[in-house]
Design a protein around this ligand. Sequence first.
Ligand code: AMP
Length: 428
Amino acid sequence: MSFQSLGLSEALLKAVSKKGYKTPSPIQQKAIPPVLEGKDVLASAQTGTGKTAGFTLPLLHILSENPKQKFRPIRALILTPTRELAAQVYANVREYSEFLNLRSAVIFGGVNQKPQAATIRQGVDILVATPGRLLDLQSQGLLSLKRIEIFVLDEADRMLDMGFLRDIQKVINSMPDKRQNLMFSATFSKDIKKLAHGILNHPVQVEATPENTTVEAITQKVYRVAKGKKTGLIIKLISEGNWKQVLVFTRTKHGANRLCEKMVKSGITAAAIHGNKSQGARTKALSGFKSGRVRVLVATDIAARGLDIPLLPHVINFELPNISEDYVHRIGRTGRAGANGQAISLVSADETSFLRNIEKLIGEKIEVEIVEGFEPDPNASTEPIKPGQNRQPRNKSRNSNSNNSGGNRNSRSRSNKNNSRRRNDRRN
Ligand code: AMP
């Protein structure tokens, strides 16, 4: 299938070809036609599938077909959970609309609101926003959603995880009832289905390739290692492998900072990205990483959400996530667009049950390797760290350090899964 056959305008096809895209990704093939027909769409897709173009291209097509309105009221709203995602979606909107007479803007918190308000005052057709700043500006009378024609809720599951449900409802209440709605989510919990039911009108449901097939495209490996030797091992792997662009996940903000410092000390350029970093610091870290100035980006799960880093060759789990689905999200950042990726996990004894749960989820056993000098501690307990056991992991390992900040849970019942996720997010 080609982009031409999807019925997109010449101006959009030109922008797509300028981006170097040859064929539409599966989610684009499935989502673009119903959106162009004006239908509501519920899409199951995560970052890396090309979902942004999946909703942006038809949205731009529709807006550019209808006559421009004199004062340029906001006609399309794209709501995203994080600032980073908002910035990336906006960058995509800008690129795809290069040859169209449409104006767009992005607003998010953590930065001065004045320039954002000034841009909106001049008139924008498409607004990309995070919920907090959007409601802030709206309550000050600096923007109106009364003329919205298309509403996109991106990463709806993350929105709920981050506690944005009430904000989303407020946003919806301030838009006209007659509008087209598009909702994207990587997962479909009961809460998401309920939200979709409240927002969407007879939606067409589309799905990108199931998450598990993403895993098949990626080479996965586990290094069993003593907890206290993880830092040494990760530095060895990155240095000796001469890896140039590595995304490393840690469970906690402090863990990210500590690891980053140690990498820098050993001569590897690294930057940390997490919730305690200012917007400026996050943007700088990400742009340094993308440009190749920074070899290693150390991130917590939530900070990494929605990061647009194409063709990432290496992802390392410095610690395994306690929620198995997060493993799939993390490693989904490698091996994009057909390129080969490598996902490595450093696993200490107390993460054994996390590993088992992950293997159960992905339906395969991950190859295990042990590096000489970085062997696992045979005396370490395999009992997972429990909440409140932060500083002193209960094992006899001489090598164990205090890298864990607790809150990790191994087995969760379905009912406490969401709470557990929320706790995690707050920590990040
Ligand atoms: P997304 O899932 O929207 O975050 O997109 C993931 C990455 O895939 C981004 O770097 C896009 O620029 C890229 N991408 C999107 N659509 C295509 C396509 N049809 N062909 C190749 N790359 C694409």
